[in-house]
Design a protein around this ligand. Structure first.
Ligand SMILES: *Cc1c(COP(=O)(O)O)cnc(C)c1O
Length: 409
């Protein structure tokens, strides 16, 4: 959805330079077409299996993005009361919402029960007790999030499926916990879930985890538990480097298809990054070029407060000039924030990065704006949604007044 035409970088049919000039920089731009395509790929991969795709709102919880997915019939995976509020405000169907996370508060659980969400993915025995207590007179659907002890082979901060991690319940204790849940009067423990990590470029660990869970489902059924649905979690990665390729969605589903069909369970999935990651770019303008005895710096108007992924995960993002150029140099691309960790690229061969020119940081649709902050008292960026040859601002750039809202001296 992002490509050059006559030397100009386009998103769908819109020249990104026009967006940067009207909406200003830094600015996130998302392709609606790209998001729709990825959602439909998931939908298609599950074909005749009864399934619900619960987009993981934390990857990008901008209302317009949530609304776009709600219109396609998507469900949502939420991890906080704030995300539930956003999803409902964006028109999401509560009966397709699953609530994940290790630290749900009583207030969040109550809000979710009142809203009529589909189910909770429970991460501890103590949480089961709390939900049971708050569910008085109702039968609240719960799935136990099982930790299958599979190594997701990804960045340690986003790997979640080993017993050393805070997530889920050890697979060896699952039968005991389902027996416990069955005795709680206000719960219906009819689901099972797992999520082993994020940015997985190899689908093999996801397939291995799903097989372990399917085997557990058999044991649970033999013990008399009536399981109705299985949540496979999210975690499929995307290509950030040109030499990587994004794993295809059907490659995760296809090896499991017959086993899932035979299991007779309704399937849920919680993809975040693989739906929105490739659909976003961050537009930024070059403020200065600066030479030191060892480096050549390109200082841009976006910073780590806008996009923290390089600083937090050491992640790579391609950087493209909005106008193609033959002028190439090896540079560090850095922001104005007072931290050496405030960089987007180091020792990168970059074209067209003159003072005043416009650049696009690629593949930032997931965990980009969603992890942005006001560090250094920088107003958060504007966001734009492109659809075909139309574009519109879906979040205004913050103002200085926004920065101090709610504060008192
Ligand atoms: C973060 C998260 C997801 C989404 O992960 P992606 O890697 O963005 O697909 C899904 N489920 C749970 C429980 C999560 O914590």
């Amino acid at each position: 959805m992002f490509r050059y035409h006559d030397g100009r970088l386009l998103c769908e049919s819109v020249d990104l330079r026009q967006i940067a000039e009207v909406a200003g920089t830094p600015c996130y731009v998302y392709s609606a077409g790209s998001i729709r395509d990825r959602y439909r790929e998931y939908d298609f991969a599950f074909r005749d299996l009864p399934h619900t795709i619960c987009y993981a709102a934390k990857a990008n919880s901008t209302l317009a993005v949530l609304h776009l997915l709600a219109e396609l019939g998507s469900g949502f995976d939420i991890v906080s009361g704030g995300e539930l509020y956003r999803v409902l405000k964006a028109g999401g169907d509560p009966s397709k919402i699953v609530f994940s996370g290790v630290g749900k508060t009583a207030a969040e659980i109550e809000f979710a029960i009142e809203s009529g969400i589909h189910s909770f993915n429970c991460e501890s025995e103590a949480e089961l007790e709390i939900i049971d207590g708050l569910g008085a007179g109702r039968k609240v659907n719960v799935a136990i999030r099982v930790n299958p002890d599979v190594n997701a082979a990804t960045h340690p901060y986003i790997s979640t499926g080993l017993t050393a991690h805070k997530f889920g319940i050890d697979i060896r204790r699952a039968e005991h916990i389902y027996a416990h849940a069955a005795r709680l009067p206000n719960l219906r423990a009819v689901g099972i879930s797992c999520h082993i990590g994020s940015q997985m470029l190899d689908t093999a660990p996801m397939v291995e985890a799903a097989r372990k869970i399917l085997a557990l489902v058999e044991r649970l059924r033999a013990a008399g538990h009536q399981l109705r649905y299985m949540d496979l979690g999210g975690g499929l990665g995307i290509a950030y480097r040109p030499e990587e390729s994004s794993p295809q969605i059907f490659r995760f589903v296809e090896p499991l298809y017959d086993e899932l069909l035979a299991g007779g369970l309704e399937i849920f999935v919680e993809p975040g990054r693989s739906i929105v990651g490739a659909a976003g770019m961050l537009l930024t303008r070059v403020l200065y070029r600066k030479h030191t005895p060892s480096k050549e710096f390109v200082i841009v108007d976006a910073a780590m407060n806008d996009l923290i992924r390089p600083a937090l995960y050491g992640s790579h993002h391609e950087i493209l000039p909005l106008e193609q150029s033959e002028e190439v140099s090896v540079v560090d691309v850095v922001g104005p924030v007072c931290e050496t960790g405030d960089f987007f690229a180091r020792d990168r061969e970059l074209a067209g990065a003159r003072t005043g020119s416009l650049l696009a940081v690629a593949a930032v649709g997931a965990y980009g704006f969603a992890q942005s902050s006001n560090y250094n008292s920088r107003p958060r960026a504007a966001e734009v949604l492109v659809d075909g040859d139309h574009w519109r601002v879906v979040r205004e750039r913050e103002t200085f007044e926004d920065l101090t809202r709610g504060e008192r001296v």
